[in-house]
Design a protein around this ligand. Structure first.
Ligand code: PXG
Length: 459
């Protein structure tokens, strides 16, 4: 007997969502009160659709990841072909698969320089955990076992695993699970608008970077293993450091022999108008981590790319790295990632972000500064932020509504058909790299209308 299952209605899906599904980073009581999640049904290009019939311009590229946009049939075809040929095999048994080896080769070609060795995982968090374990193991092998401390920044985001949360600088996350774990230190972030408004950019850049040298000296340079940072902080509110900041950080790391780890999970794959953020800032990292744009989110895959010196030492010392995941080098995910990179190359998306749509996006955001509640509009490539303030020309927040003004603007944007994210009172924007000029115009128009409505609500 065959039974045909009736499609679950939207109302029923929401009930079941509340009853059984725990969405990420949510207050489960609030989810009950609002009647469950918005059900997203399908998407194409830069637009997502929900079960209530709304079409929403995706100003967040999913979650900072759908770089090539939705509806790429060739990525589905590649996944199907690979699944039928060999859906899975592991890399623990001295085995590998063609897509995995080819993807590692491709990544090594676009990272270039010393970054030639690729370890695969499934998420950005795991890629950072891998970097953390490998760096500590490296210093043991180098005969400097006391070099164990990682320095990161407050308000950084490096994931949600125990090490990822600890490396990150999100205090609300640290408060759950008694984190950070020992051996992780945090210094100030290079947030000029928020933490250096009265200083020149150069003076602020120097102060923020000097915090690294001061901490290294305080801890003892022989105890510091690595510095980790996102070239541009994403989840922390799209914090774009002055160029001098990264130049100085890079020099400090070199001076004290501290390894530099660039977390490229958001910045990678064209987001800043270069393949990677470290290339934009002229850095020479020892390790980089990547996820999201590596597969444009079509399947979960991440990578930790490691310098020849580090892997050379493991080889010289004949040391096994006791680390890996079932899905390390997953062939189907690798095949999709490889084709995703081919699409980015074929369509010239990195150059397009740098030379065409990135500057156009920036010009659009700058128009929003005419609103009295916009304190700053900034972007680099196709990632940007709008700062919501009480008074134009200042960085003063809405006193009693501090931290609430951002969500008010965000909710107006979503209601008007634009998906954005609020990080306290900063609205962050990160559209697919394929966004057209007309779609940027639409994004800016919806934002403009939403700011007008939000200003009335905040008055
Ligand atoms: N590093 C960076 C820079 C990230 O942005 C991760 C690591 C962790 O990746 P996984 O795949 O483990 O999630 C991220 C993820 C937000 C938000 O609120 C941002 C991320 C994840 C979830 C929410 O903006 N970034």
């Amino acid at each position: 007997m065959t039974t045909t299952k009736a499609p679950t209605t939207t109302a029923r899906l929401r009930e079941l969502d509340i009853a059984h599904h725990l969405p990420a980073q949510q207050n489960y009581r609030l989810m009950q009160q609002i009647g469950g999640s918005r059900i997203i049904t399908h998407a194409e290009g830069c637009f997502i659709h929900d079960a209530d019939g709304n079409t929403i311009l995706d100003g967040m590229a999913g979650l900072w990841c759908v770089n090539v946009g939705y509806g790429r049939a060739e990525l589905a075809d590649v996944a199907r072909e690979q699944m039928l040929r060999l859906p899975f095999y592991n890399t623990f048994f001295r085995t590998a698969t063609a897509p995995t080896v080819e993807l590692a080769t491709k990544i090594a070609a676009i990272t270039g320089g010393r970054l030639q060795h690729v370890f695969f995982s499934s998420s950005g968090s795991e890629a950072n955990d891998t970097a953390f374990r490998l760096v500590r193991h490296y210093w043991d092998l180098r005969g400097q076992p006391q070099r164990k401390i990682f320095i990161s920044r407050w308000n950084a985001y490096h994931g949600s695993t125990v090490a990822g949360t600890s490396l990150g600088g999100m205090k609300l996350m640290h408060a759950q699970g008694d984190l950070p774990i020992p051996g992780i230190e945090h210094i100030m972030q290079p947030y000029h608008f928020g933490e250096g408004f009265s200083e020149t950019e150069d003076a602020f850049a120097e102060r923020a970077a000097n915090a690294l040298e001061e901490r290294i000296l305080q801890l003892g340079p022989d105890k510091v293993a690595a510095f980790i940072g996102e070239p541009v902080q994403g989840a922390g509110g799209v914090i774009i450091p002055p160029r001098a900041y990264w130049e100085r950080i890079g020099a400090i790391c070199k001076k004290y022999g501290v390894l530099l780890v660039c977390d490229e999970v958001i910045c990678g794959f064209g987001r800043l108008g270069r393949w990677f953020g470290f290339q934009h800032f002229g850095l020479d990292p020892d390790l980089i981590t990547m996820a999201k744009g590596l597969s444009s989110g079509y399947l979960p895959i991440s990578a930790t790319v490691v310098s020849q010196e580090i892997i050379g030492l493991l080889r010289d010392k004949d040391s096994e790295f006791f680390h890996g995941f079932t899905y390390s080098g997953h062939p189907t995910c690798a095949a999709v990632a490889l084709r995703n990179i081919e699409i980015i190359e074929r369509e010239g998306l990195v150059k397009r972000v740098a030379e065409d749509i990135g500057p156009y996006f920036n010009a659009g955001l700058q128009k929003l500064r005419s609103h009295a509640i916009v304190g700053e509009a900034r972007s680099l490539g196709l990632i940007g932020a709008i700062e919501i303030v009480r008074q134009a020309g200042t960085n003063l927040r809405f006193g009693d509504k501090e931290g609430k003004a951002g969500p008010i603007v965000r909710d107006r944007c979503i209601a008007n058909g634009l998906m954005v994210r609020a990080v306290r009172d900063s609205i962050v924007i990160c559209p697919p790299l394929i966004i057209t000029r007309a779609e940027v115009d639409k994004l800016v128009a919806i934002f403009d209308k939403s700011l007008t409505e939000a200003a009335a609500l905040l008055a």
